[in-house]
Design a protein around this ligand. Structure first.
Ligand SMILES: [Mg+2]
Length: 412
């Protein structure tokens, strides 16, 4: 089973996606997601110029060896570009192995540990009324767990809120589903941490009063708080029993979460911009988090994220894999197979791709009554329609950035 063809496909149906397609001499094909939101072409070059030439002629069955070869062999380790490229190769090889074996990938990982994956969606609103409507819409779509993001009085544009900044060239895409706007420059948003901290507890009080105590609620602070601000927020949200508080501080400083943990019992999730187990070393060993947020796509593929999650399982830390629309249907399928197989699955983020994306990527997963399942097709269960993909060439797009009232750039 020799790799004799490797293609890097860039397509932009509803947004940009980078996909690696491997073909073996026996005719098996495998797909891997290499999409890095806002920096897509860097990974394209990494793959086309530096990795594809190394893959031709390799034994497609040697997944672990290929992973180690690409990680250690590059000398320059880690980082989102490198790890997204390695992830794409890894996913494609698991896809091929599954097809060669005639089994879905989750069977190769040990088989199903559950019937389906509980998934959460993103409800948002500029006001509580809009937010309540959004929560009800998500419940009608089957969601049993809801992330709550809300506008803050005095701020024009905030991460995660629908129907704002939508006029910056992004067509009809909802901002809360796709913050990366097409265009030559990133859009600017504003931020005020004190206003945010004053406003949020009242929003969760209102949501609990409206929807009751049982609905699992999540919230994303999107890396914007200092440790003591994050501690204050976690403490103030304790009465509303959050499923998790996500990315409360910038993720680079693992030690910051010690201070947050000292002050609050609100569960913490972090890691969507982490790339390797080394980024989690301290927060897992010291039990500073409750959920691992990494996507398969940005953490070196199924092979490496499974090692991260096995390490986390020693400390009763669960998965909460990143599932925004910039994780392609291939990356989402990989997450579903891994999540179905591991014991320490927690929850899966699921935002739903647009109709054009679903025509480019034919998918076997199911979504029933709040639960995802990857389906039982051999491999990952996703096929790429190259003709459809070719209709949507790459379009430059950037994530927004933040400035404070005095003009200082702040974490977005
Ligand atoms: Mg997040």
């Amino acid at each position: 089973m020799i790799i004799d063809k490797a293609e890097v496909v860039v397509t932009s149906p509803d947004r940009n996606f980078v996909t690696l397609k491997l073909t073996t001499d026996e005719g098996h094909t495998g797909l891997g997601d290499a999409t890095l939101n806002g920096r897509e072409l860097a990974v394209v070059s990494y793959l086309r110029d530096h990795v594809v030439p190394l893959l031709i002629g390799r034994d497609a069955s040697r997944i672990e060896d290929t992973w180690q070869f690409l990680y250690r062999g590059a000398y320059w380790r880690r980082g989102p570009v490198t790890m997204a490229a390695i992830a794409a190769v890894d996913m494609a090889l698991w896809d091929i192995k599954g097809k060669a074996a005639g089994m879905p990938v989750y069977q190769l990982l040990g088989g199903a540990s559950r019937n389906g994956l509980m998934a959460y969606g993103h409800a948002s609103g500029k006001t509580n009324e809009e937010l309540f409507d959004s929560i009800r819409q998500h419940q009608e779509q089957g969601y049993r767990s809801i992330r709550v993001q809300t506008g803050v009085p005095g701020l024009k544009a905030i991460y995660g809120i629908a129907s704002q900044s939508a006029d910056a060239g992004g067509g009809e895409a909802r901002y809360d589903h796709e913050p990366a706007r097409r265009g030559a420059l990133p859009t600017e948003e504003d931020w005020d941490t004190r206003a945010y901290l004053r406003h949020i507890p009242g929003v969760f009080e209102a949501v609990r009063n409206e929807f009751g105590p049982e609905l699992p609620l999540l919230h994303d602070a999107h890396h914007r708080l200092t440790p003591i601000q994050a501690a204050k927020l976690g403490k103030s949200l304790e009465p509303y029993d959050l499923f998790w508080l996500e990315d409360c501080t910038p993720a680079e400083n693992q030690e910051a979460l010690r201070l947050v943990r000292q002050h609050t019992t609100t569960p913490l999730a972090i890691g969507e911009i982490f790339n390797t187990v080394w980024d989690y070393q301290q927060v897992i060993r010291e039990q500073l988090i409750d959920y691992v947020r990494s996507a398969v796509t940005h953490t070196g593929g199924i092979t490496h994220l499974k090692k991260v999650l096995d390490y986390a399982s020693q400390y009763q830390i669960k998965s909460g894999m990143h599932g925004p629309t910039d994780v392609s249907p291939v990356g989402m399928a990989a997450a579903m197979h891994l999540g179905l197989a591991i014991h320490n699955f927690g929850i899966q983020e699921y935002m739903q791709h647009g109709s054009r994306t679903n025509e480019v990527f034919q998918q076997s997963f199911t979504w029933n009554d709040g639960y995802l399942h990857p389906g039982d097709q051999a491999g990952l269960g996703v096929e790429l329609d190259l003709d459809e993909a070719g209709r949507y060439p790459y379009e430059q797009a950037y994530l927004p950035f933040n400035r404070l009232a005095d003009g200082t750039v702040h974490d977005w």
